[in-house]
Design a protein around this ligand. Structure first.
Ligand SMILES: Cc1cc2nc3c(=O)[nH]c(=O)nc-3n(C[C@H](O)[C@H](O)[C@H](O)COP(=O)(O)OP(=O)(O)OC[C@H]3O[C@@H](n4cnc5c(N)ncnc54)[C@H](O)[C@@H]3O)c2cc1C
Length: 263
């Protein structure tokens, strides 16, 4: 099975103090530590496990600047067979539709049976998988937490439904799935794995290579305009109860009674 996994390089929120930039249009991106979007690691792990069970190859693709190559290399160190870097200054400032347009062109250059995205990335739109599937006219399932390969024409995709119920659907290939965290346990990437792929050539494709009109993507093609980016004002602070444990319990009961929480 030929599997394409879409990955995004995102600021590592555990390593960074996130601040809004001066003109309030984005976060301050200088000096941030970046890593692979968490959801994409689960998608890669799932793709590797499927390949190891049924054969085929895993290709990992990103739309991003020069530095984004590091996430391709990391996922190749994890076990992906190939990397593909979609790199062109015309892609800068793409909205979600722009990113999906670029990824669609890359999908059409290959011969993929299964396309995996993360369910969500740092911008939190959760839109890429659905948009990509619609553009390709492929079937799509979101928030997938289980995949079973039936044969080279069909898979079963599982989703957790409200209330903890599980749904299983049979889907025709090729299809697009957005992967939920927890579907597996992503493997550890060791130094040996990173060294092994350090000098592997990763092909890049530009707008021209992909047959994309530059003005249809990037800033020029964006149909969504971000108007503001800010941290919401803090609400009223928490009230710290002082005193002995018994006094605190008494005060807490009074407060809950006053607010109608208990009678
Ligand atoms: C007007 C505007 C301008 C923007 N300008 C920029 C910009 O200059 N630079 C920038 O980085 N972002 C920019 N963005 C944000 C960019 O459009 C989003 O990164 C993109 O829409 C994906 O949204 P998301 O992160 O919410 O992804 P989601 O839809 O939440 O992500 C789901 C999955 O899609 C896949 N995916 C998402 N992005 C990529 C990618 N780049 N490559 C491969 N797979 C991907 C991953 O598998 C990911 O797990 C801009 C957005 C707007 C509205």
């Amino acid at each position: 099975m030929e599997i394409l996994v879409c990955v995004k390089r995102v600021p590592d929120t555990s390593e960074n103090e996130i601040e809004i930039n001066k003109d309030g249009s984005d976060i301050e991106r200088d000096d941030l530590v970046y890593s692979v979007n968490e959801w994409d690691n689960y998608a890669i792990e799932e793709a590797i496990q499927i390949r190891d069970n049924v054969g085929g190859a895993v290709t990992v693709v990103t739309v991003g600047d020069e530095e984004s190559e590091e996430v391709l290399r990391r996922e190749m160190a994890m076990g992906a067979d190939n990397g593909l870097h979609l790199l062109d200054s015309a892609f800068d400032g793409s909205d979600g539709r722009g990113i999906a347009t670029i990824l669609k062109a890359a999908v059409e250059k290959g011969n993929y049976d299964l396309i995996l995205t993360g369910a969500l990335a740092d911008d939190g739109a959760g839109q890429m998988g659905g948009m990509l599937a619609a553009m390709l006219d492929y079937p799509y399932a979101s928030l997938v937490n289980k995949i079973e390969v039936i044969d080279d024409k069909k898979i079963k995709a599982g989703r957790e439904i409200e209330g903890g119920n599980q749904e299983m659907s049979e889907m025709d290939l090729p299809c697009v799935l957005s992967i939920q965290t927890g579907i597996n346990e992503p493997r550890y990437v060791g130094i040996r794995g990173i060294r092994k792929v350090a000098s592997v050539e990763i092909p890049t494709l530009t707008a021209g290579d992909l047959g994309i009109a530059p003005e249809s993507v990037g800033d020029a093609g964006a149909k969504v305009k971000r108007m503001d980016y800010f941290m919401p004002e803090m609400g009223e602070g928490a009230e710290m109860l002082e005193g002995s444990t018994d006094e605190i319990i008494e005060k807490l009961i009074e407060m809950l009674k006053a607010k109608g929480g208990i009678k």
